[in-house]
Design a binder for this molecule. Structure first.
Ligand SMILES: Nc1nc2c(ncn2[C@@H]2O[C@H](COP(=O)(O)OP(=O)(O)OP(=O)(O)O)[C@@H](O)[C@H]2O)c(=O)[nH]1
Ligand SMILES: [Mg+2]
Length: 529
């Protein structure tokens, strides 16, 4: 009782429209057309004279529908006959035709009678329809009755004492319209033909059958179109229906609820956590070669630091080795190239990396879609597949565009100067010793070799120079190792930030949009139901 009554028809229809829109590619075609039909029916009905209440008189042939209409309005407006079927066209009776004609056009009712005195003071805006028999042998009759049963605001079922229990009438006609129980009246006509004592039994039996049709607590009225018995009560009941504004909406609401009940729910989506997104970025980053580049940055730094600060006697050998960054096609030497068109020459997602990348995206999507139904999961899968196809070139570009820390360090110059000083010292020592040893051979005066603590100064210069060179080399290598490690970490961070941007835009955002759509769909469906 509760939620059904607090949601307005507007909200319910808006929700149904949202279900139709957000679920567009997830719903089977047939269901989509049904939703469209219900929505357009509701829109059309509400656009046309919302003040009039359309009540249709339905029933088997000969039950006395036309006679009942005549009895209700108090004049012979409808043709009645013993010949069957008599009524083959819908016939309307109105008391306030202004605004009703548009509605009657929509209902495709051509036979129109306008009367003066309403059958109930509250029923001025009533639009009463006498209809052809529902179970007619005449197909056209059946179609008119069926179509109008789908359009009217309230339904009156007329049965007679002979055929009130007819299986076909209940199973094929009343039960399918059970969803409109709130706007349905059951009328047992021709009670003048029943012995008074049997009436309560017949009514009880009829009530039981109608309850089995799916209309519990149905309002059953007993009348005789011939004698007028029960007619005033039926007029009051129709007046009640015409006066209640909610009646006009109840039918549309029931239609919306009924179709919504047939729409399969989407299930519940799990919004990915920040951690799951971070893991996806890291996984895709390593598939795209973030580690490879970070290591190359570190090795490139160490190589160049070695060249600049190593012991010059051996450090020149390092020049023979290619720069690890250059080998990847990235790094300082790409200056002048437009990074927007530049691609790295990394093996952009080789088979193994591509497999790991798609596994990561699929895993991420599947985890988020775990609580969804198969069709919605499949939709999210195809979004993931689209992302998997788009990612490799974008990841490559992201890596190519990221400015890497590739500059040298300030202390290289100091080390380099000191290295040359140490070489110079060693060379001076060597020259000195050579001079001291060979000059006398050329008749030149030998010069004194000074000593410190018993050590010849040239020897000290050589030993000191070599020792300083090696020491500087070792120290430089240690500094370089520490700096290279820091640069590896920084590169990793920079690259992951670039990769993260791409991954968020290309994979996470579309998947989140899908999940949001599933959530909106479920929320709308809940309201529509
Ligand atoms: N005894 C009795 N006869 C009735 C009553 N209502 C209708 N009839 C008769 O039943 C026959 C059929 O009545 P209609 O009103 O034409 O029945 P209908 O339901 O409109 O029939 P179709 O138009 O063929 O679907 C007529 O001969 C009526 O006189 C009633 O309350 N009591
Ligand atoms: Mg008739």
């Amino acid at each position: 009782m509760s939620s059904k009554n607090t949601i307005s028809l507007d909200d319910r229809l808006a929700a149904l429209r949202a279900v139709r829109e957000t679920g567009a590619d997830q719903l089977p075609d047939a269901l989509r057309s049904t939703l469209d039909a219900v929505l357009s029916h509701a829109t059309e009905r509400r656009r046309r004279s919302p003040d009039h209440t359309v009540i249709g008189i339905f029933g088997a042939t000969g039950s006395g529908k036309s006679s009942l209409v005549n009895a209700l309005v108090g004049s012979e407006v409808a043709k009645t006959h013993v010949r069957r079927p008599t009524t083959s066209e819908a016939h309307s009776v109105t008391w306030d035709p202004v605004g009703a004609s548009d509605l009657l056009d929509w209902l495709q009712v051509r036979e129109r009678t306008v009367l003066e005195t309403p059958l109930d003071p509250r029923a001025v805006k009533l639009l009463l329809l006498d209809l052809p028999d529902f179970d007619s042998v005449d197909r056209a009759n059946r179609e008119i009755a069926e179509r109008l049963a789908g359009q009217v605001d309230a339904l009156v079922w007329v049965v007679d004492p002979q055929k009130y229990a007819d299986e076909v009438l209940h199973a094929q006609f009343i039960a399918p319209h059970a969803k409109h129980s709130a706007v349905t009246l059951i009328v047992l006509n021709q009670i003048d033909l029943l012995p008074a004592a049997d009436l309560p039994h017949v009514v009880d039996s009829l009530r039981g059958i109608v309850e089995r049709d799916g209309i519990p607590k149905a309002r059953v009225l007993t009348v005789s179109a011939r004698t007028g018995d029960g007619i005033p009560a039926l007029r009051t009941a129709l007046g009640d229906l015409a006066a209640a504004t909610e009646v006009r909406e109840a039918r549309l609401a029931a239609d919306a609820t009924t179709v919504a009940a047939t729409v399969p729910d989407a299930g519940t989506a799990t919004r990915p956590t920040k951690r799951a997104i971070d893991t996806l970025v890291t996984d895709l980053g390593s598939a795209a070669g973030v580690e490879v580049v970070a290591n190359a940055v570190a090795r490139s730094y160490r190589k160049r630091a070695g060249q600049a600060t190593g012991w010059p006697v051996v450090s020149w050998l390092l020049r023979l080795r290619p720069d690890p960054l250059a080998r990847l096609g990235i790094g300082p030497q790409r200056a002048g190239q437009d990074p927007a068109v530049h691609r790295t020459s990394m093996p952009a997602l080789d088979a193994g990396a591509a497999a790991r990348a798609s596994l990561a995206v699929r895993g991420f999507a599947d985890a988020a879609a775990a609580g969804l139904t198969d069709t919605w999961r499949a939709g999210i899968r195809s979004t993931a597949d689209r992302a998997i196809a788009e990612l490799p070139p974008q990841l490559d570009l992201a890596i190519a565009r990221t400015p890497l820390p590739a500059k040298g360090s300030w202390w290289w110059v100091i080390f380099s100067v000191l290295q040359w000083v140490s070489i110079l010292a060693a060379l001076v020592g060597i020259g000195w010793l050579l001079g001291a040893a060979f000059l006398p051979n050329f008749g030149l005066p030998a010069f004194e070799v000074p000593k410190i603590e018993g050590w010849a100064v040239p020897t000290l210069l050589i030993a000191g120079g070599v020792a300083l060179g090696i020491l500087l080399g070792l120290l430089g290598a240690a500094f370089a190792a520490a700096t290279a490690a820091a640069r590896r970490r920084r590169t990793r961070k920079l690259l992951l930030a670039s990769v993260g941007e791409v991954v968020r835009k290309t994979a996470v955002a579309p998947l989140l949009a899908d999940l949001d759509r599933a959530r909106d769909f479920s929320a709308a469906l809940k309201i529509a139901r």
